[in-house]
Design a protein around this ligand. Structure first.
Ligand code: PEP
Ligand code: MN
Length: 347
């Protein structure tokens, strides 16, 4: 819309889209941008011509990217995901922390209190674990979800946990605030549609067979298309090429800058899976924050040596505490105020 377009003029465009059965997404602070949703291919040219004739319309721009709803063209303002009152994206740095797997009441609750005391905003913990070997610990399942809910009641922290199976989305959504889609499942389209339909906040890890940034954003598009706007991306490292064994994965810090340019969705960085080794986690966490990540997700365990999964990359409580001290000062644009609740409309 032209600068200074009135509310009536904006509503008029939204109504015209509505008449044709299309949705509208409003954003932009200086200039209003109306993103049209669901426009049929053979209607695009005619619609553009008609809208262009309205005096308050500055220009009608087709979104050329293959991912539409996830693109900056569609929505210039950052998406702010409201997770139980915690605003993620476009503001303060959010830190999610906790064990790789929920193992026991004692392990989860002690970790929850420890990470909260050291400044974490969200508790992580896997109840359903995607393990390379079927003989490895597969997670506590529903019992793990119940423990996460208990940890939330005790600490007030929202919780994030992975959902592996489309049939478990309803169950997981009852217990957790953020549904994590693991790297192995990035392109599990049935699962993406199901978490999309749930309307629940989603953390979409980058991975799968073809983990390009475009594919990752197209996977986010599957969730957005179901009407779920609460999507966060998570960079967690790519498979190491050339037989390198020093790290588990290669953390792509550049993904933070690329995603911020291409998309309005928040990006969280996971330096734990990104490196696979506890001593590499703090430097990469700092690099991610300096690059402008909206948040971090970090594995922390009371006794990494005895962890049932991912002990080598898990920080002790003390190591997590040292990492947290001073992290905020690395933010590029000092958005360091306490996280405020996002407007209800973004939910
Ligand atoms: C995890 O978060 O513990 C996990 C299994 O992550 P990823 O899907 O990134 O491997
Ligand atoms: Mn893990």
């Amino acid at each position: 819309m032209r600068k200074g377009a009135t509310k009536e003029q904006i509503d008029h465009v939204v109504d015209r889209l509505g008449e044709r059965g299309y949705g509208a997404n409003l954003s932009g602070s200086e200039v209003s941008v109306i993103g049209a949703i669901g426009v049929l291919d053979d209607d695009k040219a005619r619609l553009a011509e008609q809208l262009q004739s309205l005096p308050a319309v500055d220009r009608v721009v087709p979104v050329l990217k293959r991912f539409k709803l996830a693109s900056r063209e569609f929505q210039p303002d950052p998406t702010i995901v409201n997770v139980d009152g915690l605003a993620i994206g476009g503001g303060a740095l959010i830190v999610m922390a906790g064990p790789c797997s929920v193992e026991s009441e004692e392990q989860l609750l002690s970790t929850a209190h420890a990470v909260k005391d050291r400044g974490a905003n969200v508790l992580r913990g896997g109840a359903f674990k995607p393990r390379t070997s079927p003989y490895d610990f597969q997670g506590l399942g529903k019992e793990g979800l119940e423990l996460l809910a208990r940890a939330k009641r005790e600490t007030g922290m929202p919780v994030v946990s992975e959902v592996l199976d489309p049939h478990d989305v309803g169950l997981c959504a009852k217990y957790v605030d953020i549904l994590q889609i693991g790297a192995r499942n990035m392109q599990n389209y049935a699962l993406l549609r199901e978490v999309g339909r749930s309307g629940h906040p989603v953390l979409l890890k980058r991975g799968g067979m073809y983990p390009t940034i475009e594919n990752w954003l197209l996977c986010a598009e599957y969730i957005l298309r179901e009407g779920n706007r609460n999507v966060m991306l998570c960079e967690r490292g790519l498979p190491v090429a050339g037989g390198e064994t020093a790290t588990r994965n290669v953390l792509d810090v550049s993904a933070v800058a690329v995603v911020h340019e291409l998309s309005h969705l928040p990006i969280i960085v996971d330096p734990s899976h990104g490196t696979g080794k506890a001593s590499y986690v703090p430097p990469l966490a700092r690099a991610a924050v300096a690059a402008g990540a909206d948040g971090l997700i970090i594995e922390v365990h009371p006794d990494p040596e005895r962890a049932l999964s991912d002990g080598a990359q898990s920080l002790t409580f003390d190591q997590f505490g040292s990492l947290m001290a001073g992290l905020d000062t690395l933010r590029p644009s000092r958005g360091t105020s306490a996280p405020a609740a996002a407007p209800a409309a973004s939910r």
